[in-house]
Design a protein around this ligand. Structure first.
Ligand SMILES: NC(=O)c1ccc[n+]([C@@H]2O[C@H](COP(=O)([O-])OP(=O)(O)OC[C@H]3O[C@@H](n4cnc5c(N)ncnc54)[C@H](O)[C@@H]3O)[C@@H](O)[C@H]2O)c1
Ligand SMILES: N[C@H](C(=O)O)[C@H](O)COP(=O)(O)O
Length: 322
């Protein structure tokens, strides 16, 4: 395969299902999407052929009969299902190396395999609660947006990896405005939707029910939505979150912005866990990820479904080449 640059896939936590779903995704996508896996070749499943390459150029000049691998040696043993703290820094370094490859133009996009956040914090004092925040720091941008996308739903949590009791403090008019702006821009530039329709969830039950169940909606959310509508954004809301995700409601918008992590991720992981893709909007490069985590409980058993990883790589490549 020649032409477009490859998608680089960071290995993620090697004790989890990341290496196996990446390898099995390559088996599905070989010949369709050029890709290179960045990690320790010892962590790949034995039944998938791989070939160590020196750089991304070599990926484009080799026949698609083996998964191309950029080797990154891990210092310690790897036991499936049990993160080794001594490998935590290498997991972090692989992500940074993947970003460098994309920013240098050697790869066209980054797809990340899942990390175990607590293992990285315990093993390497990782200062970020997830890829999203780490990638923003590496890119030097203040505001990024996490979107989870599938054929059935696109959804954004306006606040991400924070405790529930912090949500009302972080969720200010300025913050929500920025999330709406980045989401609208991302729908245009990365999803090709010229006039995106965006639904905004309320924070409180029944979107506050006129202030009887919380005041954020009547204190400022209604005004923000109205102001941004007047500026040309196609917004609806704030809507009661419990009734905005059924099929007929979903047909009315291109993306929904929820106010906190689980308000956004429960509907999409319930609807489409196998095919959901996590996309970071607002970065100066393309980043996707499967919607699942490290799944230590099934690592190495051969039952991990690679479809979300397939869709993540496919979407990254589509965004990079269209
Ligand atoms: N992009 C990421 O880096 C990312 C995403 C989500 C969760 N995580 C992290 O992963 C760790 C574990 O999180 P969790 O247990 O909440 O979620 P999880 O997605 O790892 O697992 C939840 C359940 O789904 C199953 N499952 C997950 N992926 C599957 C697949 N591909 N095929 C079949 N079954 C699958 C697991 O076996 C488990 O029963 C946490 O540290 C979390 O923060 C990382
Ligand atoms: N919040 C995401 C989820 O539950 O699927 C996940 O933790 C991934 O986050 P990062 O992409 O920031 O690692």
């Amino acid at each position: 395969m020649t032409g477009a640059r490859p998608v680089v896939i960071s290995c993620g936590e090697p004790a989890g299902i990341g290496p196996e779903v990446a390898a099995r995704a390559w088996a599905v996508l070989a010949g369709e999407v050029p890709m290179v896996w960045l990690g320790d070749p010892r962590h790949l499943p034995a039944d998938i052929p791989h070939r160590v390459v020196n750089d991304c150029d070599q990926v484009l000049n080799t026949s698609p009969d083996a998964l191309p691998v950029l080797a990154h040696a891990f210092p310690a043993d790897n036991v499936l299902g049990q993160a080794n703290p001594a490998n935590a820094q290498a997991v972090i370094d692989v992500i940074a190396r993947g970003v460098d490859l994309v920013r240098a133009g050697d790869a066209c996009a980054l797809t990340t395999a899942p990390i175990h956040k607590k293992a990285l914090k315990d093993g390497a004092n990782f200062a970020y609660p997830g890829h999203t925040e780490y990638l923003a720091a590496l890119a030097g941008v203040d505001d990024v947006v996490m979107m989870l996308a599938s054929d059935q739903l696109r959804v954004v949590p306006a606040t991400i990896h924070i405790a529930l009791d912090q949500v009302p403090h972080v969720l200010t008019p300025a913050h929500l405005r920025r999330v709406i702006e980045i989401t609208a821009a991302g729908l245009k530039t990365q999803f090709g939707i010229a006039q995106p329709k965006i639904a905004i969830a309320g924070l409180n039950p029944h979107a506050g029910e006129g202030g009887t169940m919380g005041r954020q909606e009547i204190d400022w959310m209604n005004d923000l939505v109205k102001t941004m509508q007047d500026e040309g954004f196609d917004l609806m809301g704030p809507l009661p979150a419990d009734t905005m995700f059924h099929a007929a409601a979903r047909a009315r918008y291109d993306a929904a912005i929820a106010m906190y992590h689980d308000q956004a991720l429960i509907p999409i992981k319930t609807l489409d866990f196998d095919r959901g893709v996590n996309v970071t909007l607002g970065l100066p490069f393309i980043r996707t990820s499967p919607d699942h985590g490290t799944a230590f409980d099934i690592a190495g058993t051969g039952i991990a479904n690679p479809t979300s990883m397939v869709e993540a790589i496919r979407l990254a490549y589509k965004m990079a080449t269209s």
